[in-house]
Design a protein around this ligand. Structure first.
Ligand code: PLP
Length: 377
């Protein structure tokens, strides 16, 4: 069976891991964490970078930094990971689901604008498949209405928008290093606080609501509880693996982009035949090859394709089951409008395996998809 996803290991994970274990996991040197933060800081051109234990808790921390609470509303896509909506609902605030646009399957700025009410406090933009949202349009809307702009860049490490790094574009950006992402330490993430006015408090909330960071910089002689917070900080064991992964991130991204491009060229005929649509990359955007997908004509042809591929030993997948009409979405959130694009895309999308080193497996997949969509229908 050709797997859907396979993490790429670098050469330095074990060496760094041994080093972290030897220096003592409770060491205050925080060597690997600091190096990971510096790497992210350089790549993203961002000053305030903190490691977290997952993008999910990173989003929860973002909601805390924005001081979301009961009565507040946050506009986000329904076509996204459940953790986005939970981060809002856990604060007692209301996730308001807006439709996506059909080109990159990202939040539609017009739908966001239409969903704004007097209670709206933030926009949560998700860069689907590592393709950045129309951040200039979302920034303009956020500024016009005095809203926070949070970026879920979980899938978008090393993606760029008008030359700027994803994750550095909103007031706060969040990355994931989950085992399904381009760069992974099993479970892990990072939060980037771009808005200077949020940076001091973010540092406190990130450390259990204490001024531990100031204490470690020897700016105060003891640290104390000041605000809300929780255990967000990953261990040096995690950071050791993450650093090795980050150091190979550019190489992995190039390999994924090459696989993505090969699919894109191979499926041109399928698109001209009308049997499926390929992904579109907006102008002034570079993606990181995180996801390759096709959009079948109908849910039936999509489901048939997934079944057909499975009989040939190829794992293809679909996601997301839209959040707005899920039991949790109905209970904790509300939809703005009919979300027709969301429903259409979610019912027709099929994601294909993509991982560095897939080599001849990719040729098998291309042949199988082409046969299924063009010759057998
Ligand atoms: C993976 C993912 C997350 C969650 O990341 P974790 O690190 O697994 O918590 C959040 N949002 C999106 C869009 C994701 O793809």
């Amino acid at each position: 069976m050709i797997p859907f996803n396979r993490p790429t290991f670098a050469s330095n994970e074990t060496a760094y891991l041994l080093h972290a274990l030897e220096q003592g996991v409770s060491s205050t040197g925080e060597k690997f964490s600091l190096r990971c933060r510096r790497w992210l800081s350089n790549e993203c051109g961002a000053e305030h970078v903190h490691l977290v234990q997952s993008a999910t808790v990173g989003l929860e921390l973002a909601a805390l930094i924005c001081d979301l609470g009961p009565g507040d509303e946050v506009i986000l896509p329904s076509f996204t990971f459940v953790g986005c909506a939970n981060s809002v609902a856990l604060r007692g605030a209301t996730p308001v689901f807006a439709d996506i646009e059909p080109e990159a399957l990202n939040l539609d700025p017009a739908a966001v604008e239409a969903a704004i009410t007097a209670r709206t406090r933030a926009i949560l933009a998700v860069h689907y498949g590592g393709v950045p949202c129309d951040m200039n349009a979302l920034r303009a809307i956020a500024d016009r209405h005095g809203l926070f702009l949070i970026e879920d860049a979980a899938q978008a490490l090393l993606s760029r928008y008008h030359g700027r790094a994803a994750g550095s574009l909103g007031d706060i950006g969040v990355f994931s290093f989950h085992h399904t992402k381009n760069v992974t330490c099993g479970e892990g993430g990072a939060i980037i606080v771009n808005a200077p006015r949020l940076a001091d408090r973010a540092e406190i909330l990130h450390q259990h609501g204490t001024d531990l960071a100031s204490f470690q910089r020897q700016q105060v002689d003891r640290y104390t509880w000041l605000d809300l917070g929780s255990s967000y900080v990953p261990s040096e064991i995690t950071a050791a693996v993450l650093l090795a992964q980050l150091e190979q991130a550019h190489q992995v991204t190039l390999q994924r982009q090459a696989i993505w491009d090969k699919y894109q060229i191979a499926f041109a005929d399928i698109e001209s035949s009308g049997r499926a649509r390929r992904p579109m990359t907006p102008l002034n955007v570079t993606h990181n090859g995180h996801i390759y997908y096709l959009l079948a004509e109908t849910q039936d042809t999509r489901d048939a394709l997934i079944r057909d591929l499975r009989t040939q030993g190829i794992t293809a997948a679909f996601h997301y089951v839209p959040l707005h009409n899920s039991p949790g979405g109905l209970r904790y959130g509300r939809a703005h409008g009919t979300l027709q694009v969301t429903e259409s895309m979610a019912s027709r999308i099929v994601r294909l395996p993509i991982w560095p080193g897939m080599a001849s497996d990719q040729d098998r997949i291309i042949t199988a998809v082409t046969d299924a969509l063009i010759y057998q229908s």
